[in-house]
Design a protein around this ligand. Structure first.
Ligand SMILES: Nc1ncnc2c1ncn2[C@@H]1O[C@H](COP(=O)(O)OP(=O)(O)OP(=O)(O)O)[C@@H](O)[C@H]1O
Length: 223
């Protein structure tokens, strides 16, 4: 599903990712941990094509990421962030529908799909609210509905619970797991929270010196 070989890149002569290897199977839920500044977000920015200048090979569903047309990459992968990144002057429904509109889908069909996804993430009844009227957890639910509207096979989550309190963070993690099971979405989630990883253990990668080490679930459980 995702294959990375020999990924090397730096900023201004300082190497951040060094000969990095990564392989994610379809339907996997993988955590990515590591100290602040170790390059986790940089890796996600390569995968979602915000960074296009690097050495090495990145493949998505076997196809080189470099040669994927932009719309195709958008169909395959969506990203959510800790800052939610909703548009303030648009309602919840309009924010979610936007993901379908940018792909040129029929507006009525997009609205119906947006409603369906808002229901799936527990946001029914809040369609006409604006982001400022939502709690942090509700904003992230809306962002997740928007990310998954086009049913991308891959979801990249960059500290999606970073701005939420413990209980809301856990609820969002549960929701991501539920979507992983029901939609088969492959999830790569950056998190600083070992508590969350312990609550719902899965394969965990640790960014270390620009490379990724696997952390065995038993190490997480005993840490
Ligand atoms: N646009 C940029 N220009 C220069 N240096 C950058 C840029 N973006 C990131 N860096 C540097 O690259 C390194 C890796 O940053 P990155 O954001 O990928 O780390 P991270 O592991 O996601 O950190 P955190 O856990 O704090 O979010 C850091 O030292 C950072 O300062």
């Amino acid at each position: 599903m995702i294959g990375v070989q020999g990924l090397t890149l730096g900023y201004g002569g300082r190497t951040v990712l060094r000969d990095l290897e990564l392989s994610l199977a379809p339907g996997e839920f993988v955590y990515l941990q590591g100290p602040s500044g170790s390059g986790k977000s940089t890796l996600l920015r390569v995968l979602n094509r915000q960074i296009e200048s690097y050495e090495g090979e990145v493949r998505i569903q076997g196809r080189p990421l470099r040669s994927l047309p932009r719309f195709e990459a958008r169909r395959l992968m969506a990203t959510i962030h800790q800052g939610f990144e909703l548009i303030d002057r648009k309602t919840v429904l309009e924010n979610v529908a936007l993901a379908g509109e940018v792909l040129g889908a029929d507006p009525a069909a997009v609205r119906a799909k947006a409603q369906e996804f808002l229901h799936k993430v527990g946001m029914e009844g809040k369609e006409d609210h604006f982001p400022r009227q939502l709690s942090g957890g509700e904003m992230q639910r809306t962002a997740i509905a928007r990310a998954l509207l086009n049913r991308p096979p891959i979801l990249l989550a960059d500290e999606p619970t970073g701005n939420l309190d413990g209980e809301n963070a856990f609820r969002i993690l549960e929701l991501l797991w539920e979507l992983n099971r029901s939609e088969g979405t492959t999830v790569l989630m950056v998190t600083h929270s070992t508590e969350l990883v312990r609550a719902m253990p899965s394969r965990t990668l640790h960014m270390n010196g620009g490379r990724l080490d696997a952390v065995e679930p038993c190490e997480i459980l005993s840490s």
